[in-house]
Design a protein around this ligand. Structure first.
Ligand SMILES: Cc1ncc(COP(=O)(O)O)c(C=O)c1O
Length: 295
């Protein structure tokens, strides 16, 4: 590894490991032409895959939902991901993996049968969330959720998410929290959403309008273990605006406190007490996981 480790990253493409610079896919790949594929992002702590069974299950669900045959066995997935981890020096990483329906010479919306899926995966160093964010939180705006009706599939087609992220940036916000046409909060552009009201943690129920986040599941597990009251319940815009705390969760950021929403200050304007507790318990959970996995 030289001073630019990204340039020397080793990636996995269709059964082979190679320098990222050398990895190439066909222009007829349906992922390139149609965004016809699904992906996963899996965090790695102290060189151990975190919540791997949950990520693998979600990948299988996404593949099944779009009728792509899972190309690998569980053991083969594990071997692939662990090989990528081994090839890189970073203790904490996050792996991106993508499966597209494969190459089809004649462009047609209708996929040909028996295509061979394209498999791509690579790993990155996972940076800790900055002290400034931990102390001050992030800012968010609310936006109409302009996505489709199958947001539980982790599809690579992310154009609406990109547009909404750009809209947040244009308004000097770090992210957007999305409101469905029915008036309910769904999630962030790349995260799940939680609020705290009178000490109770609330998140919208899983369904087609949001991604079943693995971090969301871990947060629920940690909340139950530490007797933090928790509800899965629809959240309206009014609930969001009057929340004591708002969090956004994802595999690469864990739970982030939102301290400003549109022009409103959230709670005290600083990360809240329940978030602080969750942050500490989440770190304990990770540590226990790492210790358990250690050879
Ligand atoms: C739309 C969306 N919701 C939620 C999440 C959080 O999921 P996870 O906690 O599994 O990273 C993500 C992560 O990328 C996402 O893109």
């Amino acid at each position: 590894m030289n001073s630019n480790p990204i340039a020397e990253q080793t990636v996995y493409l269709n059964g082979q490991y190679m320098p990222m610079m050398d990895s190439q896919i066909s222009t007829q790949d349906r992922g390139f032409l149609f965004g016809d594929g699904v992906y996963e992002v899996i965090p790695v702590y102290d060189r151990q895959l975190f919540a791997f069974p949950e990520h693998l299950q979600r990948l299988k669900n996404s593949l099944q939902a779009i009728s792509i045959q899972n190309p690998l066995t569980d053991g083969e997935w594990l071997e692939l991901l662990n090989t990528l981890i081994e090839k890189h020096p970073w203790p904490d990483q996050y792996i991106y993996l993508q499966v597209t329906r494969g190459i089809q010479m004649h462009r047609d919306h209708l996929p040909e049968e028996c295509l061979t899926p394209t498999l791509y995966a690579y790993t990155n160093p996972l940076k800790a969330v900055s002290d400034s964010i931990l102390q001050n939180g992030i800012t968010a705006i609310t936006l109409e959720d302009i996505r489709w009706l199958n947001c539980d599939i982790k599809a690579i087609t992310l154009l609406p998410n990109i547009m909404m992220k750009l809209a947040a940036k244009a308004r000097n916000a770090d992210d957007a929290i999305l409101v469905s046409r029915e008036g309910f909060i769904t999630e962030g552009t790349s995260s799940n959403c939680f609020i705290v009201k009178d000490g109770t943690l609330i998140t919208p129920p899983n369904g087609h309008s949001l991604l079943p986040g693995v971090t969301r599941t871990v947060i629920e597990r940690v909340a139950i273990a530490h007797d933090i009251p928790m509800l899965e319940q629809q959240i309206t815009l009014t609930d969001l605006e009057s929340a004591d705390e708002i969090w956004l969760s994802s595999s690469t950021k864990e739970a982030l406190p939102v301290t400003r929403l549109n022009d409103l200050v959230v709670g005290t304007g600083k990360p809240g007490a329940v978030w602080q507790k969750m942050r500490d318990f989440y770190q304990e959970y990770k540590l226990a996981f790492i210790t358990e996995q250690a050879p």
